[in-house]
Design a protein around this ligand. Sequence first.
Ligand SMILES: [Zn+2]
Length: 88
Amino acid sequence: MYPGFIATAKSEDVAPAGKSFRWAMDTEKKHQVMYQNALNAVNAKKADSLPKVFWVCPKCGNTYDVAKPEASCSFCSTKSDKYIKFGK
Ligand SMILES: [Zn+2]
């Protein structure tokens, strides 16, 4: 659905909306990989190997499943000290 939203935002010359939809689409692509990895781990009875900590960029929703995320968001450049941490 996001490509259509992005095209509409572009045709209506609403750049901020297009940027937001692009960030959402890119984040959902990362989530898809994380969900698939989780499903694979559960099916292999290796759920203990899954990440325990997730970081979410409050501006764009970009999600990191690493112990220490990169210094700034790869989508919107928000500094990592602004990220919301989930897990321990
Ligand atoms: Zn971001």
